[in-house]
Design a protein around this ligand. Sequence first.
Ligand code: HEC
Length: 133
Amino acid sequence: MAMQRPTRILAVLLLAAVGCPGFGSPLEEIVEAPSWDDDVAEIMAAKCAVCHTDPPVGGAPMGFRFDKYTTEDIDDGGLLGAFEMRERIDARAVVAGTMPPAAVKPLTGEERLIIDEWISTGAAREKAMEAAQ
Ligand code: HEC
């Protein structure tokens, strides 16, 4: 699976370069591994951090918040960020689909795919190309 990913990303880059408008599959809109700064923070702010913040809202558990990338970004010590919680985010929002809770606006297929790709490619803060420059 790890071997196929660069090929898939390359194929998607080519599709993006051709610029086909209104393409159907959400996968085709992902041109490279998603990053927290460019892709994921926005989704989680809208769909997760409304509850998973500090203090938590709506009965959400204490101990973590999803409006921060990592625990190192959080002053009031001890809270985990999305990076540390990535396996649980994957389990609840991608695999089980039980987050956000049913009463709340769900993740779109594209949002779920971006979160999935973000976690499976290492849950980076920045795009690899930006980080390398
Ligand atoms: C309306 C408020 C609300 C929103 C929005 C919400 N959650 Fe939750 N979340 C909860 C509550 C309440 C719990 C505790 C009950 C439970 O675990 O089901 C919880 C628990 C969790 C847990 C901890 C439990 C575990 O399995 O480790 C994770 C991780 C989580 N949510 C992820 C997410 C993600 C990711 C999103 C956005 C895609 C999200 N949540 C959106 C209310 C919310």
